[in-house]
Write a protein that binds this ligand. Structure first.
Ligand code: ATP
Ligand code: MG
Length: 580
C-alpha cells in the first residue's frame, strides 16, 4: 500500500552544516539529508529516509535474485568458531574477523561473509546430483573490523550485504550459474541507476578460480581500475598485467660490478641524486614475507613492486618483510638490499623490465653502500622472471599492446567469484553423482554491498544542492510542498493532492511544516526526490500547482486537476530510463 509521510511527524533531521569527518559527497549527503546518524566509527543508525532507500535497493536485488533461480534463506550472524577453524579462515582472516566469547568460554564469530555456514548447510542437506544445482542467498548484516572504516557506509564495520552461493555438479554448470549471476548483477545495478563496469579481479582471501568486481565509476571510489578506452578491457589495477618490454637486454660487456659508498643514501631519490643516475638506471630490491619464505623482488627504480602479484605467485598473502628480517638476511640496514651477495636462502624474482636493463645500480647488502654496473644473469641469477610491478597509466594494454591503459576510480559494489571446491572439500560437501561416485560440489559466491550501493548511487547522482535519486530507488515517489502551511485553503489543497497521489499508488513525502518556502525547497533539493510539487496561495488562486524536476530544476505549472496524471506520466518516463 502506498504511503503518506508528513514531514511534521517524520524523523528525518536534516543538517545545514557539513558534518565533520565526512569527506565524500555520499557520506556528507546521507548525514545532511537525515538518512542516517553515526553511532561510532563505522556504525550507523538508518533513519526512515535512509532505510527506505536501502529497502528499495534490497527489493531490486531480491527481485533479480528470485528471477535468476536463487532462493532466499537467512543464516545466523553469530557463528561458532569450529567451521572457521576447519577452513583455516579463523587464522587467515586475521584481525578483520570480529570474534567474541560466550559465557562458557566458547569462541564465536560475527559473520563477515558466509561460505563456511552455507557450505556446511549444503553438506548436510544435499546428497545427490538430483538435488543440484542450488543457489541460496540472503540479505543480512555483516561485520568486518576494517582497519580504516571511512566514507560512511562505503567502508563500515557493520553493513548490509546480499550474499549468494551456488552449488553445482561440474565446472560447466557452475560456469553457467556464474554468468547467470553476472548478468543479474548487470541488471541490478542498471535498475539502481548506477553506471558500472565489470572488471577482472583478484580472488583474495575468499580464494577461488576467477572473479569479476562490479565497479561503480566514481572519483570517490577507493578502487583503481585499468581500462583501455574504446575496448572492453577492464581490470582491477591490483592485478593489471604488464607487458614485457620488447627492447633492451642485459649487457655482459659492461664494466665489472663494483661497490660505491653511498653514506646515508637509502631511498631511490637519494641514491639517484647522489650518483647522478636516473631512477630507470636503478633496481629496487624489496623483500616480501610469505607464509614460510622470504622472496627478494626486483623492480626498476621508477616502479613499485605489487604485493598482490607477489602473493598470487607465492600462493598466500604477503607483506613487506619486517626490518629485523631484512637486517638478518642482508646484514645491512633497511634500504641497502640487493641481489648480489644476498643470503642464498632468499629466492630472487625479477620483474620483466629488470631483464631489459643493460646494467643497473643496486643495494650492496652493506649499510651505506651500493653496487654499480650490476648485470642480470652475470652478477646475479634471478630464479624467476615475471610480472611483479604495479601497472601505470600509459602502459601497453595486455589485450592489445598497441593501445595503452588509463586508470579510473571505482567503488566496488559487488563481486562474483568462481570458488571451485575450496570450501566443499574442507567442509566435506559432497554429493553422489550419476555414476555413483562421491564428488565435492563446485561452488560460486556472489556478493553485493547493499548499503555501499546506496552510497555509490549518491556519488553518481548528486549536485551542489543535494541528492538526485533515480526514481527506482528514491525514498518516496513525489515530494509535496505546501507553501503556506498557515493558510487553511493551501493546507486543504495540499492535503487533497497528497491524498490523490497516494490513491494513485505513489509514496508521498508531504512537507506540511510551517516553514518558509526557501527552507522547504532547500530541504527538498537536499533529500532529492525526483518530482517536487508545490502549492502556494498565488498558484492556488489560479487553480494550478508547480511541478519541479529535481535533476534538471525545470519547473512547469499544471492545472490542479491534471496534476496527478502529469506526475504519473513523468514518473513512468523516469522509471523507463532505469528499468530498460
Ligand atoms: P573491499 O575490497 O572494498 O574491502 P571486499 O572485496 O572485501 O571489499 P567482498 O568480500 O567482495 O568485499 O564483499 C561483497 C561486497 O560487500 C563488496 O563488493 C562490497 O560492496 C561490500 N562490502 C565489503 N566490505 C564492506 C564494508 N566494509 N562496508 C560496506 N560494504 C562492504
Ligand atoms: Mg570484493
Amino acid at each position: 500500500m502506498s504511503l503518506l509521510a508528513r514531514s511534521s511527524e517524520a524523523f528525518s533531521p536534516t543538517l545545514k552544516e557539513i558534518p565533520k569527518d565526512a569527506e565524500v559527497a555520499s557520506h556528507i549527503l546521507m548525514l545532511r539529508a537525515g538518512m542516517m546518524r553515526m553511532l561510532a566509527s563505522g556504525l550507523y543508525t538508518y533513519l526512515p529516509l535512509g532505510l527506505r532507500v536501502i529497502q528499495k535497493v534490497a527489493d531490486i536485488v531480491r527481485d533479480e535474485m528470485n528471477h535468476s533461480g536463487a532462493q532466499e534463506i537467512l543464516m545466523p550472524t553469530l557463528q561458532p568458531d569450529t567451521l572457521w577453524k576447519k577452513t583455516g579462515r579463523w587464522d587467515d582472516m586475521g584481525p578483520e574477523l570480529m570474534r567474541l566469547t560466550d559465557r562458557n568460554e566458547r569462541e564465536f564469530v560475527l559473520g563477515p561473509t558466509h561460505e563456511e555456514i552455507v557450505t556446511a548447510l549444503a553438506a548436510d542437506g544435499i546428497t545427490s546430483y538430483r538435488e543440484l544445482p542450488k543457489n541460496l542467498y540472503q540479505i543480512q548484516t555483516k561485520f568486518r573490523d576494517e582497519t580504516r572504516p571511512r566514507f560512511g557506509v562505503m567502508r563500515a564495520r557493520e553493513f548490509i550485504m546480499k550474499d549468494a552461493y551456488s552449488f553445482d555438479r561440474n565446472e560447466d554448470e557452475c560456469d553457467r550459474n556464474y554468468w547467470v549471476m553476472y548478468h543479474a548483477y548487470d541488471r541490478i545495478f542498471k535498475r539502481c541507476g548506477l553506471e558500472t563496469r565489470a572488471v577482472s579481479a583478484d580472488t583474495g582471501l575468499i580464494g577461488g578460480k576467477y572473479s569479476h568486481e562490479f565497479m561503480a565509476l566514481a572519483e570517490a571510489g577507493e578502487a583503481e581500475i585499468a581500462i583501455s578506452p574504446g575496448t572492453s578491457f577492464a581490470v582491477n589495477l591490483e592485478i593489471c598485467p604488464t607487458v614485457p618490454p620488447t627492447e633492451g637486454k642485459p649487457d655482459p660487456a659492461s664494466p665489472a660490478c663494483e661497490p660505491v659508498d653511498t653514506p646515508g643514501k637509502a631511498t631511490i631519490e637519494e641514491v639517484t641524486k647522489f650518483l647522478s643516475k636516473k631512477s630507470t638506471e636503478l633496481a629496487k630490491t624489496i623483500l616480501f614475507q610469505g607464509q614460510d619464505k622470504v622472496v627478494a623482488v626486483l623492480v626498476r627504480g621508477d616502479r613499485e613492486a605489487n604485493p598482490v602479484k607477489v602473493g598470487r605467485e607465492m600462493g598466500c598473502l604477503v607483506d613487506l618483510a619486517p626490518a629485523d628480517t631484512v637486517t638478518r638476511l642482508t646484514r645491512a640496514a633497511v634500504g641497502y638490499a640487493g641481489p648480489v651477495g644476498l643470503d642464498p636462502g632468499v629466492e630472487i624474482w625479477a620483474d620483466y623490465e629488470v631483464m631489459a636493463m643493460p646494467e643497473m645500480v643496486t643495494g650492496a647488502n652493506q649499510t651505506d653502500r651500493h653496487f654499480v654496473h650490476v648485470v642480470a644473469g652475470r652478477d646475479f641469477k634471478p630464479s624467476r622472471v615475471l610480472d611483479l610491478r604495479w601497472a601505470v597509466a600509459g602502459d601497453a594494454c595486455e589485450a592489445d599492446p598497441a593501445r595503452s591503459i588509463e586508470i579510473v576510480r571505482g567503488i566496488e559494489v559487488g563481486q562474483v567469484f568462481k570458488l571451485g571446491t575450496k570450501y566443499s572439500t574442507s567442509l566435506n560437501a559432497t554429493f553422489q553423482d550419476e555414476d555413483g561416485g562421491q564428488k565435492p560440489m563446485i561452488m560460486g559466491c556472489y556478493g553485493i554491498g547493499v548499503t555501499r550501493t546506496v552510497a555509490a548511487i549518491i556519488e553518481q547522482h548528486h549536485d551542489d544542492k543535494g541528492i538526485c535519486w533515480p526514481a527506482t530507488v528514491s525514498p518516496y515517489d513525489v515530494h509535496v510542498l505546501s507553501l503556506g502551511a498557515h493558510l487553511a485553503e493551501v493546507v486543504r489543497a495540499c492535503d487533497k493532492l497528497a491524498e490523490q497521489l497516494v490513491q494513485a499508488g505513489l509514496d508521498v513525502l508531504y512537507d506540511d511544516r510551517e516553514e518558509r518556502p526557501g527552507v522547504k525547497f532547500k530541504d527538498a533539493d537536499l533529500i532529492g526526490i525526483p518530482v517536487q510539487v508545490s502549492i502556494g496561495q498565488k498558484s492556488l488562486a489560479r487553480g494550478v500547482c508547480e511541478l519541479t524536476c529535481r535533476e534538471t530544476g525545470n519547473r512547469i505549472e499544471v492545472p490542479l486537476d491534471e496534476a496527478v496524471e502529469k506526475i504519473l506520466a513523468a514518473r513512468q518516463e523516469e522509471l523507463k530510463r532505469w528499468n530498460q
